[in-house]
Design a protein around this ligand. Structure first.
Ligand code: SF4
Ligand code: MG
Length: 328
């Protein structure tokens, strides 16, 4: 499949300021040397606990955060350009191709404005001058999420969480994007509603040949949605695999722990004991030396706290892992 978006050695660092003079006392490496290839029409899942850098990664890919280093090559109809080096006109073009959906759909709507305005304004900004054309685009997007146009004249508070998230999906669809970055799109919803929204997202993807980057802390949700899954820990990728292989044969001890936390085993011969991780996620300012997971890993060895393992291929099926257990 054709490559749509290629992230190369991406770093997004933040200074940590402290003390009376607000001097820099450290650096948070929220995204630390991440490389990901996103292909057209696929869903790439990004999973990890809160604070692992997955949201920062999504925002950096949207240019909502400024990367510290690295390249992000986007395929503009066959012309590859590094989006960190675009001029303002090209950024405008990029923003019509890539949309983002957030966890809390309520916060992304102005409570004092009718839903119609939340749709209409961005379309106007993107140069759709004819109100009749805009109306048509908005109605089409609403129908895709199974809502009728009568909803347009209501206010955000008049909707349930599930309806609001469907509205925010419709708003993202309105402008005909190629890629949607979804950051915890169902985490705020009741479990009974989650599956409906996820299935709707899958149907829409099929119909429009959309590409998704699907970010969530819940591995079962990510596996359900994704073709390939990236597991992140403290700003690093610790494992990448297609969703099925990751389920059948997780390699990294952190992935094993995440999988064992999934309540319903989807595969019957999966081990049932839960792996309880010791300790909390360390502060991203004081990352352990060696393997970032070494202070919590049930399988750590002497080398683990000394040498940082690099991400390397495990087999020829595009399964990669960063762990000393798999070094020859
Ligand atoms: Fe555990 Fe060592 Fe592998 Fe890190 S490198 S995940 S500490 S076994
Ligand atoms: Mg987050």
């Amino acid at each position: 499949k054709e490559v749509l978006f290629s992230i190369r050695h991406l770093k997004t660092y933040y200074p940590v300021l402290g003390g009376f003079f607000r001097k820099q006392i450290g650096t948070v490496k929220a995204v630390d040397d991440i490389s990901i290839t996103v292909r057209k029409g696929e869903t790439i899942g990004i999973v990890g606990e809160s604070g692992c850098g997955k949201s920062t990664l999504g925002k950096t890919m949207m240019l909502l955060e400024k990367p510290t280093d690295g390249e992000m090559i986007y395929n503009f109809d066959g012309h590859e350009k590094d989006i960190t080096k675009l001029d303002s006109k090209e950024i405008f073009d990029f923003r019509s191709r890539v949309q983002m959906i957030f966890q809390d759909p309520y916060s992304s709507f102005n409570p004092s404005k009718r839903i119609f305005d939340a749709f209409d304004e961005p379309l106007r900004v993107h140069g759709y001058k004819d109100p009749a054309v805009r109306k048509q685009m908005i109605e089409k997007a609403l129908h895709m999420v199974n809502l009728s146009e009568e909803y347009l004249h209501r206010f955000p508070h008049e909707f349930s969480g599930g309806q609001r998230q469907r509205i925010s999906i419709a708003r993202a669809l309105c402008i005909n994007p190629e890629l949607i970055i979804c950051d915890e799109p169902v985490s705020a919803l009741d479990v009974s509603i989650q599956a409906q929204v996820l299935n709707l997202m899958k149907e829409i993807q099929q119909e429009l040949n959309l590409t998704y980057v699907f970010i969530a802390h819940d591995l079962s949700v990510v596996q359900y949605m994704s073709d390939r899954v990236v597991v992140m820990y403290l700003g690093k990728i610790v494992e990448i695999s297609n969703a099925e292989d990751l389920h059948v044969q997780p390699l990294h001890p952190y992935t094993e722990a995440l999988l064992s936390a999934v309540p319903v085993p989807v595969v019957s011969d999966m081990p049932k004991e839960r792996i309880i991780l010791e300790g909390d996620v360390p502060s991203p300012i004081n990352r352990p030396t060696g393997c970032p997971f070494s202070n919590r890993c049930p399988k750590r060895m002497d080398i683990c706290s000394q040498v940082e393992p690099v991400l390397q291929p495990y087999n020829d099926k595009q399964h990669f892992v960063a762990c000393h257990l798999y070094n020859e």
